[in-house]
Design a protein around this ligand. Structure first.
Ligand SMILES: Nc1nc2c(ncn2[C@@H]2O[C@H](COP(=O)(O)OP(=O)(O)OP(=O)(O)O)[C@@H](O)[C@H]2O)c(=O)[nH]1
Length: 342
């Protein structure tokens, strides 16, 4: 299991810190490590802080870390993702970094994507935009359009501050500008964490200390419940898929797609193993191993995003099916193996 590292960006006051606090509160068993450049911003009840060592503040359900600039980020990621001395689990399941300033998000994304740390994987760049200020921000910062296209997911936040008609106009405009990047409308950055990363299935100990998360959950008002706001599509196919057609299905990403995970069966001579795939936006990650004993090779994918065209996706995927994998040129597998990380 690798630890996804997400980067949260957005203009001043758009709702980035609100998103971090929301994730710390609502991720169930997922332990979220948060990296901010100022602890003071995150709403930590002093009583719930279990320990503060150097620049890491430990919480019941995660860690809060502090970095002053990008150069410290790598070391902080190592710390958060290294298993304990007892060889047990690393301290967190997911890391969320709040990027500040305009230049930082691309630098942070590059650092995470290029990281040599085998424990982490890039989890996506989430751009938070303020619906009520959108037109003004765009006038003042024309580069906002570029930021939208560069993101892997856009949260159109503060929709409670605009009328329904305005919300629809903005949603259409932002979707248009984001050019295929999924856009999810939110209030107080309340996005379903399942859109961002996978839930963790950790057996609950029969007896456990009350955690930060339990305390918050106990007094979380009903209105805090998240609306799904995202969808997932499962694709299952027993027949092999063609490497070139399948890779172009992934790289010509369907509009609204945020991430894809699953197993792929190419069945091409010399490449009949199981390929495990994770994508976030345009970033692909593949590993290869043998099919577990007793399983029939086949492709099973879960696509997660917002505003997905189910029918178009099913059709495009079906077109990748290869009736005669033995006849496929093994060199065509280079389009797949160049993404391998094993
Ligand atoms: N009405 C409304 N207010 C919101 C919403 N989301 C955030 N806010 C408020 O907007 C203000 C700014 O939110 P933050 O989460 O601090 O924004 P930020 O992007 O972290 O801000 P900076 O770090 O200063 O750039 C706070 O007062 C939030 O409570 C929302 O959806 N609706």
């Amino acid at each position: 299991m690798t630890i996804p590292v997400l980067v949260v960006a957005g203009f001043l006051g758009s709702g980035k810190t609100t998103l971090l606090n929301h994730l710390l509160r609502t991720t169930g068993q997922v332990r979220v490590g948060v990296i901010v450049n100022d602890f003071g911003k995150v709403n930590v009840d002093a009583l719930t802080v279990a320990a503060q060592v150097d620049s890491v503040v430990g919480l019941g359900n995660g860690c809060l870390c502090c970095v002053t600039d990008v150069s410290e980020l790598d070391a902080m990621l190592d710390r958060l993702t290294t298993p304990g001395e007892d060889g047990g689990d690393p301290p967190v399941d997911v890391v969320v970094i709040e990027a500040s300033g305009l230049a930082e998000p691309p630098a942070m994304v590059r650092l995470v994507v290029a990281s040599e740390n085998p424990a982490i994987t890039y989890g996506g760049l989430v751009e938070v935009v303020d619906a009520a200020e959108f037109d003004d921000t765009r006038t003042r910062h024309p580069q906002l359009d570029k930021h939208l296209r560069y993101a892997d997911l856009v949260l159109l936040n503060k929709v409670d501050r605009v009328t329904t008609a305005e919300r629809e106009r903005l949603l259409t405009l932002v979707r248009d500008l984001a050019d295929g990047v999924p856009v999810v409308p939110t209030e107080h950055s309340r996005v379903d964490p399942a859109l961002l990363f996978d839930p963790v299935d950790r057996p609950e100990p029969r007896w456990k200390q009350l955690s930060f998360e339990d305390l918050v959950a106990a007094d979380t008002p009903h209105t805090e419940h998240v609306h799904a706001g995202y969808e997932s599509i499962e694709l299952v196919e027993d027949r092999p898929v063609n490497p070139l057609r399948f890779m172009s299905f992934l790289t010509d990403r369907p509009a609204g797609l945020y991430r894809v995970k699953g197993h792929v069966h190419f069945g091409v001579p010399g490449h009949t193993q199981r390929f495990t795939l994770h994508t976030v936006g345009p970033h692909l990650r593949l590993t290869r191993d043998e099919w577990p004993h007793g399983t029939t090779p086949g492709t099973t994918l879960v696509l997660i995003g917002a505003g997905l065209d189910r029918e178009a996706i099913h059709t495009a995927f079906t077109e990748t099916v290869e009736p005669n994998p033995e006849a496929v040129d093994p060199l065509d597998m280079a389009s797949v193996t160049r993404y391998l990380r094993d």
